[in-house]
Each structure stands twice: as C-alpha cells, then as structure tokens.
Design a binder for this molecule. Structure first.
Ligand code: PSV
Ligand code: MN
Length: 392
C-alpha cells in the first residue's frame, strides 16, 4: 500500500524520501497541564490516573513521546509545576527523553490580579508580577528551557473601567524590565487573546498589539499564536504569513474551537484551516523540527477525553496537516497565482489536502522506531491501567 502511494506521488514531483525525512524530524511540545484534570468554568471531572504533579506529567509526556516519536519537549506552567529543585526536574525529564522547552508564568490566578498584573495601577502588584516573571526566567536557567511564554488575563470588564493606552504603557514597561534578564538565545513569547477572563477589553487582544510590544522590546520578543484566541472567522493563516515575513512569529498553541476558546483537539473542527496554516509554515521554511525557530506547542485541556489518548490523537492530527502541506506543489501554485488562475491555484492546494497521508506518517514512525499506531500501542501497553492503580 505504501509502495502504491509512492508510485502515485512520485510522478507528481513529490520527493517522497524528503517528505519522510521531514516527518521523521517532526517534533512538538506537549503541555504539562494537558496531563492533569481539566474542565470548564462549570465543572472539573476527575479522571482516574490523571497526573498529580510535574514528575507524573513528565512520565506521561515520555510515554506520548515514546509511542509517537514526535513529542520530545514539554512546556511547564508555574506555579502549577512548582517543585523544590529544578535541576533535579531537568535531570528527571532528560532521563525520560524529555526536554523542558518553555516556562509559562501564571499571572492570572491570584487575588491581587483582579484588576490586572503588569497593567495594574498599583505599583506593588506590578512588582509582584515582575518578580514572578523573573522567578520563571531563573527556572529557565535551571531547567535549560529557552522560551518564556507570556499570557496575561489583564483587561477590563466595563467601558470606562481603565485607560487603554496607560494600561498598555504599563504592560510595556513591565515587559521591558523582565526582557533585559533574558539571554542571547532566549525567546520571550507574547500571546494575545481578544476576550476572557476580561470581557470588555483585553490589554493584548490581537497579533497587532502583540507584535507592537515585541517590536518595541527587541529581536528576542516574538508573537505566539493560540488557535483558539481569535474571533470566529479570523484568517489565521494570513496572520501566520505576515508574522513570519516580519520575523516575529515565535510559536503556536495548538487546539481547535467551534465557538470560543474551546480547547478542543487540534483539527477536530477545522482541519482545512490547520492545513492552510501549515502551508504558510512550510512555504516559510519553518516546519516543526527540533531546531525550528518557531515553537510548536499544544495547549489543550481535555475535559472529557482521557489525557494521554487525547494528546496522541492531537499529535496525529497535527502531523497529518503537516504531511499534507509537504505535498503542495509550491512552484505550480506560485505560477497559478501569477497568472490569476484562481481555480488552478485552489486545486493545487486541494490536491494535497485530499491525499490520505497516514501511510507516510506510519512509514516515518516505523523508520524512527516509534509505533505505527500509537493509540493501539498505548492500549496494548497497559500504561493507563497501571497509572489508575498507582495514582488512584
Ligand atoms: C489562556 O487561555 C491560555 O491559552 C494561555 O496560554 C494559558 O497559559 C493557558 O491557556 C492556560 O491553560
Ligand atoms: Mn494558549
């Protein structure tokens, strides 16, 4: 079956060996918080076997990586992943084949942040937020992570509540006083979101504001695109293309949504959008590999699915979108665009999109020594039963 796919793709000018090599390089970061109990604003349902601390989250991430051969990084969130000794945490992760890639400060769950963190009118509260970010930069040093990922719940709930511009200036000042502590090859990721938890305005609502802040800070500040953080209908692939062309695309938080920031499995609602995003990334030469300058991180909370299965399903789905984008004939696409041949241009994309690439992915996994069917291998391994017994 694989051979017949190769026979079909070769005459189309697809270098199948190159595609397989790129799929073997595919690597993504899973979020520590995706291995814990999660829920909605209404209820958190406890899942037996959910990871209870950062070490168990690393254990689960290591299982996902072993099965898929594609998830060697983990993102941690502080204080959710707080531990006494971060050097020990780094060593523990490495002993399991996992690298800590990103540290996320939490600037949205403390009482003091009711009216904002870095944007707060109260100097003491701003200082508290700055200290927490600096603490996270220190954790980056100890864990060997090179990315600081910032998302703020800052915003207002009612017209008149705050001064948009003064608040943004305070945000910039706060970011500046932490940016200077980063090292040469560290990246500060600035994530935007147009609503929630604030419902009238948020201080970093969109990619334009995030990019403005990044430009004012310096070349190590970049924008993070969370797929769930846009109004319905937003053309995310266009945002990706523009950020890339300005060298300000820092990374992703992958998930999917039907209505708002739903945190659903990536590609479960809008797989075509996911493919179109990857088309831009491949065109820009920044596909997901261990050394990509763009970070590829999953940000999902699995309210009803078992965590490890959900993570594997997500990786499959992202890899499928990526593999399809590798089949696009970019030269022919460019020609069709120059000629204003609208139908041909779209057909070139659809031709790649409609291809069933699962055999390419399983071949890459086979060559890498990972599981061809990681979901089935997970079931067969008995890992889920074991953690239910051990963790309760
Ligand atoms: C906020 O909705 C967000 O996307 C940020 O990235 C947070 O760090 C994460 O979710 C928390 O789950
Ligand atoms: Mn996010």
């Amino acid at each position: 079956m694989y051979e017949s796919l190769v026979e079909k793709l070769n005459p189309k000018g697809v270098d199948v060996n190159e595609v397989i090599q790129k799929l073997k390089d595919f690597s993504i970061e899973t979020p520590s918080w995706g291995y814990s109990d999660a829920g909605t604003r209404f209820k958190v349902f406890h899942k037996p076997g959910s990871a209870r601390n950062v070490f168990e989250r690393i254990d689960d991430a290591a299982v996902v990586n072993k099965l898929t051969g594609a998830a060697p990084f983990i993102a941690i969130h502080i204080p959710w992943d707080k531990t006494k000794d971060y050097k020990e945490l780094k060593e523990y992760a490495e002993s399991k084949g996992i690298t800590i890639g990103t540290v996320n400060p939490n600037l949205f769950q403390e009482d003091e942040y009711k009216y904002g963190s870095l944007t707060n009118t109260d100097d003491k509260i701003r200082q508290k937020a700055i200290s927490h970010i600096l603490e996270c930069i220190e954790i980056m040093r100890e864990t060997g992570a090179h990315r600081l990922s910032l998302w703020f719940g800052d915003g207002t709930n009612y017209p008149g509540q705050g001064d948009f511009v003064k608040r943004l200036h305070r945000m910039l000042e706060g970011l500046r006083s932490t940016y200077v502590s980063l090292r040469e090859n560290d990246i500060m990721l600035i994530e935007y979101k147009f609503f929630e938890p604030a419902f009238y305005h948020t201080d970093i609502p969109d990619w334009g504001t995030a990019m403005l802040l990044a430009q004012k800070l310096g070349r190590n500040a970049k924008v993070l695109v969370d797929l769930g953080h846009h109004p319905l209908g937003t053309n995310i692939e266009q945002i990706v293309a523009i950020l890339l062309s300005e060298n300000r695309l820092g990374g992703f938080h992958f998930n999917d949504k039907k209505y708002a920031d739903d945190d659903l499995t990536t590609g479960s609602i809008n797989p075509y959008q996911l493919f179109l995003i990857f088309v831009e990334l491949v065109k820009g030469g920044v596909g997901p590999s261990p050394h990509s300058k763009v970070s590829y991180t999953i940000d999902q909370s699995h309210c009803v699915k078992p965590n490890i299965e959900a993570m594997i399903q997500t990786i499959n789905s992202i890899e499928i979108a990526y593999a399809k984008s590798l089949l696009v004939d970019f030269k022919a696409l460019q020609e069709a665009q120059e000629e204003n041949n609208v139908v041909k241009a779209e057909e070139i994309l659809l031709d790649a999109y409609y291809e069933d690439v699962r055999l390419l992915i399983s071949e890459a996994r086979r060559q890498k020594g990972a599981e061809v069917d990681p979901l089935r291998a997970l079931k067969a391994s008995g890992y889920e039963e074991r953690i239910v017994k051990e963790r309760g």
